[in-house]
Design a protein around this ligand. Structure first.
Ligand code: UT7
Length: 329
């Protein structure tokens, strides 16, 4: 982090809605099977928000859990960044709704949208504010209500995604602890492979866009899968290089939970034993920008991350975007 202040994660929290939709439930809704979904993705069930709940509500719960963990009052937050591909609205920003909901009276707030990589980009952005000394406490939230955006008649996508939120509070750390570095990037030529085509400036809502079901997630799974396998490799390698570390140093790898086969290929590539890689895709599916912080919270709760461990985060998604982070816990 150069001559700037050290930045640490001072607390974390997550929230998933209680309603569980299993693969067996999906078998009754679309032409699919539990065995296909488990073999191709590793997903067994996912959480769905109830009708009256939206992304900002999930974000609020995760934020409050995070602040409790950090022992910090909402009025002491200087900035809230919400990463989401499924915000409550295009505007106002979901971060503004969260600011009001948690009573963060002194906070600035804005959203970031960079698909499933959102949490890593938001973490990198929040880190700069603390490292520069501009702000003391920055709350970073990844929150999604993807169940509202999937096409429940499209078996190729609707079985993949779930709802949830995870949050981290960034604050000044001691020298030698905390965030070591990031590697971020995009390949915009693949933007059409994973998108929500209609409802904005390029293709405003119309009878035609509704009939063609263009207000839902569209994904070409195979090329996105190939991109993910390749990019995990390079994003992890590059962030380790930037921090002067090697794959053997990784204490815990927290990958975006998009597909168990993608995670397994990363384990094989880096020779990391499975017990040092956090996997919870079976319970939650792909929660996009919430997946990394939720997995991190569960890894902490399970005692998998110990003080001094090198924790590496890696994610990829719409854009096509990617990002990795290295942290000394
Ligand atoms: O987080 C953002 C980043 N997203 C990702 O990383 C997702 C990356 N992609 C993937 O994870 C995989 O490509 C999928 C899980 C989406 C699909 O797996 P796949 O092995 O690439 O399957 P496929 O799309 O090639 O489909 C194989 C077959 C097809 O049937 P035919 O054409 O061979 O007869 C599909 O129609 O499986 C069929 N299929 C299904 N069958 C039962 C597709 N979805 C389903 C389903 N149930 N839900």
């Amino acid at each position: 982090m150069g001559s700037t202040r050290p930045v640490k994660i001072a607390g974390m929290g997550y929230y998933v809605p209680p309603h569980v939709l299993t693969n067996f439930d999906l078998e009754k809704m679309i032409d699919t099977s539990d065995s296909w979904i488990v073999e191709r993705t590793g997903i067994r069930e996912r959480r769905l928000a109830s009708r009256e709940v939206s992304t900002s509500d999930l974000a609020r719960e995760a934020a409050l859990a995070c602040l409790k963990d950090a022992g910090v009052s909402p009025v002491d937050i200087d900035l809230i960044i919400v990463a989401s591909a499924s915000p409550d609205h295009l505007f106002p920003a979901t971060a503004c709704l969260v600011q009001h909901a948690i009573g963060a009276l002194n906070a600035a707030a804005f959203d970031m949208e960079i698909g499933c990589t959102g949490f890593i980009y938001a973490l990198a952005t929040g880190t700069q504010y603390v490292a520069s000394g501009m702000y003391k406490n920055v709350l970073v939230v990844g929150a999604e209500c993807l169940s509202r955006l999937v096409d429940w008649t499209d078996r190729t996508t609707c079985c993949l995604f779930g709802d949830g939120a995870g949050a981290a509070l960034l604050a000044e750390g001691q020298p030698g602890e905390g965030i070591l570095g990031f590697h971020l990037g995009v390949d915009g030529s693949g933007g059409n492979l994973l998108s929500l085509p209609a409802g904005c400036a390029r293709m405003p809502a119309s009878k035609d866009t509704l009939e063609k079901r263009l207000h839902h997630i569209h994904m070409e799974g195979k090329p996105v899968f190939k991109f993910a396998v390749k990019i995990i490799d390079s994003a992890v390698t590059k962030v380790l290089e930037k921090c002067g570390r090697s794959p053997e140093d990784i204490g815990v790898l927290i990958p975006h939970q998009a597909n168990l086969r993608i995670i397994e290929s990363a384990c094989a590539r880096f020779g990391i034993p499975r017990e040092r890689v956090m996997v919870n895709i079976d319970k939650y599916g792909n929660t996009s920008s919430a997946s990394v912080p939720i997995a991190m919270c569960e890894a902490l709760a399970e005692g998998r991350i110990r003080k001094g461990d090198l924790v590496v985060l890696v994610a990829f998604g719409a854009g096509l975007s990617y990002g990795s982070a290295a942290i000394t816990w």
